[in-house]
Design a protein around this ligand. Structure first.
Ligand code: CA
Length: 243
């Protein structure tokens, strides 16, 4: 089973915080609660957090300051702000400050969950983009979508194949389920497409990778009952730190 997504809820009004927390837990998320901005910032900065729901009027440190601080250390962390009805200025200021979306109070659990899902879908963990994957003497260049080995002619990957490979490489050591690949590579969430389609793309991708590299390199591992994982011996280079 995929790990539960972790959402930090920063909201000082206890009944609202509890309502949000209950709704998120019911929907299968792990929730960390924070009743003021200072605690919220500490919790939001922890590794593994997937999204932050951030009230703006908070004790100790207001939501705008929390957002500004967060953007310094976690520029890509999805943040949804909670704003009061009619406060358009806050909304605009929040979005300009780097919030990914907003929900206007009072909101229904359904509306909140829809926003959270949409933001997570747009930016699934937003890992640092994978630039290169090295397996033995062969190198996959993600921007050019090709595999090169020495002086051999480059083998070109389809956009779909490159996306699958990048998704796996962005999460080394973790099995990525077919459902996750469907939702992030194809943008499909309703399960109407056979997950077998994924297997067919994987097969073709493996054939290309094998043809372009040494036989002993395992590019994509199958994890029974879970999905696929990037080969453990590969070297993955991301764009992190280059910005
Ligand atoms: Ca408040």
């Amino acid at each position: 089973m995929a790990r539960k997504r972790i959402i930090v809820v920063v909201e000082d009004e206890e009944p609202i915080r509890r309502g949000i927390t209950d709704a998120l837990r019911m929907a299968g998320y792990d929730v960390v609660e924070a009743a003021d901005g200072e605690v919220g910032l500490i919790e939001a900065r922890r590794a593994g957090v997937d999204l932050v729901l951030l009230d703006l009027l908070l004790p100790k440190l207001n939501g705008f300051d929390v957002l500004a601080e967060l953007r310094v250390t976690r520029p890509a962390l999805p943040v949804v702000i909670l704003t009061a009805r009619g406060s358009e200025d806050d909304r605009v200021r929040g979005l300009r400050g780097g919030a990914d979306d907003y929900v206007v109070k009072p909101f229904s659990a359904r509306e909140l969950l829809a926003r959270v899902e949409a933001v997570l879908r747009r930016s699934p963990e937003r890992p640092a983009p994978v630039v290169r994957i090295v397996g033995g003497d062969a190198v996959v260049d993600c921007a050019r979508r090709e595999i090169r080995k020495g002086e051999n002619e480059a083998v070109v990957l389809s956009e779909m194949e490159a996306n699958i490979l990048e998704r796996l490489a962005a999460h080394p050591g973790r099995a990525v389920s077919r459902e996750e690949l469907l939702s992030c590579v194809w943008g499909i969430r309703d399960g109407s497409v056979e997950t077998r389609a994924i297997d067919m793309h994987i097969t073709r991708l493996r054939q290309k990778l094998a043809a372009a590299s040494d036989d002993n390199v395992e590019w994509i591992a199958t994890v029974r009952g879970k999905g696929y994982m990037i080969g453990a011996s590969l070297e993955v280079k991301t764009a992190e730190g280059q910005a």
